[in-house]
Design a protein around this ligand. Sequence first.
Ligand SMILES: Nc1ncnc2c1ncn2[C@@H]1O[C@H](COP(=O)(O)OP(=O)(O)OP(=O)(O)O)[C@@H](O)[C@H]1O
Length: 230
Amino acid sequence: MTAVSGAALLTAGDLRKSYGPTRALAGADFSIAAGEVVAVMGPSGSGKSTLLHCLAGIVPPDGGRVTYRGRDLFALSDAERSALRREEFGFVFQFGQLVPELTCLENVALPLRLAGLPRRRAEARAEELLARLEVEDLADQRPGQVSGGQGQRVAVARALVNDPRVVFADEPTGALDSLNGERVMGLLVAAARESGTAVVLVTHETRVAAYSDREVVVRDGRARDLAGAV
Ligand SMILES: Nc1ncnc2c1ncn2[C@@H]1O[C@H](COP(=O)(O)OP(=O)(O)OP(=O)(O)O)[C@@H](O)[C@H]1O
């Protein structure tokens, strides 16, 4: 149903995925353009996270195709797909998943260190991102010493540090109160817009979805564009 527009950065067509007898995706289509923020909504168990994991190249679908910048994501080798995820995608999950032994600065610098950047350059860039997310004074703290909202802002900084083309956020504010949730969303969307990053945002909260350009509703493993393409 979803036509693949020429401007699309990432598209999925007729995605199918089952876990044993459970059908998580039953022919889902999806498309996102560069710089676009799309909220993926829908009831619990409808297939939102599975869709996000397929789009991000983490979970292979049983059928259908994910195309990223003209390339079939699952036709790449595992090594190529991992490299692409590391270099071009960023991830934020419900519970920041920061490394507890590292400081906030080291956590944000980690993707750059893994990509081979020298420590000084990686940490200088990480400092910029911490400042953009308004948590620069937490640089030397460890994740266990900061609040949930602060930790999520550090996680957003880490997701953006490698200047990804797409950020995948799965319920990034799900563990926060609404004030902190809005703060994190506002900062995530502002930072993404500034750098032209596309954001795939899974959420069940309409207040969070209000930050998006477009909403897609997943129901029974199928995705439907709420308002048509922008
Ligand atoms: N690894 C897995 N093993 C078995 N079943 C799974 C697995 N992952 C998802 N499922 C099932 O697939 C269906 C879709 O799950 P998914 O997590 O994609 O939904 P969701 O819309 O993100 O749900 P929620 O909003 O509750 O997080 C559900 O019935 C779920 O139980």
